[in-house]
Design a protein around this ligand. Structure first.
Ligand SMILES: Nc1nc2c(ncn2[C@@H]2O[C@H](COP(=O)(O)OP(=O)(O)OP(=O)(O)O)[C@@H](O)[C@H]2O)c(=O)[nH]1
Ligand SMILES: [Mg+2]
Length: 180
């Protein structure tokens, strides 16, 4: 008999040093720029498959399978197909576009409550701080107004210069290690 549904045993397919991370967020928030910053800073662990948004790189002894998914309405519909087996979530918000902020907040809230993601650590990235210098961590925390028992963190980044990106990834890796 094959394994079905949520009983699928991922540990059979992924070694204990593999971590699977979802990178989600609205269109143009900077997910691919963050992915580029990470893949240029960490050694590649396999050839990327950009057509499915999958990149593999190594951080210390861990191989990260990093899913940079598109954020347009049509693509968002398929995010769920990638949820199962993931161990950490990055959610990117464009801080230079306040018109999309409430929508981003709503999408983030839904993801944090999703049955398949609700126990995972979330790294919320407030991106494009080079274009939005009036926001600091405290103000963005207040604007997000997130009540969550499970681990989450906010980090402000500029994906173009790489500021904050590695620190964020290291935080997420540490939290994934403590729950897996
Ligand atoms: N100034 C500035 N521009 C950024 C930053 N991050 C991303 N961008 C730009 O924002 C645009 C969108 O970035 P992407 O990384 O393609 O956005 P995305 O979230 O992958 O978008 P989709 O894949 O379409 O959902 C590009 O022109 C990037 O160069 C940043 O920190 N600062
Ligand atoms: Mg992209």
């Amino acid at each position: 008999m094959g394994e079905t549904g949520s009983k699928f045993n991922h540990s059979r397919w992924f070694s204990k040093n593999h971590r699977r991370v979802l990178c989600l967020g609205l269109k143009s928030s900077g997910k691919s720029a963050i992915t580029a910053s990470l893949t240029s800073n960490f050694p590649r662990a396999a050839k990327p498959l950009p057509e499915i948004g999958c990149y593999k790189f190594k951080v210390a002894k861990y191989t990260i399978a990093f899913y940079d998914l598109k954020g347009d309405e049509q693509s968002k519909f398929f995010w769920r197909h990638h949820f199962e087996g993931s161990q950490g979530v990055i959610f990117v918000i464009d801080l230079s576009d306040m018109n999309s902020f409430e929508n981003a907040k709503q999408v983030l809230k839904e993801l944090m409550n999703d049955l398949l993601l609700k126990d995972l650590p979330f790294l919320v990235i407030g991106n494009k701080i080079d274009l939005s210098q009036r926001y600091n961590k405290e103000t963005v925390m207040g604007m997000l107004d997130i009540q969550r028992e499970k681990e989450w963190e906010l980090i402000l980044t500029c994906a173009i210069s790489g500021e904050g990106v590695i620190d964020g990834m290291k935080w997420l890796l540490e939290k994934m290690n403590s729950v897996s």
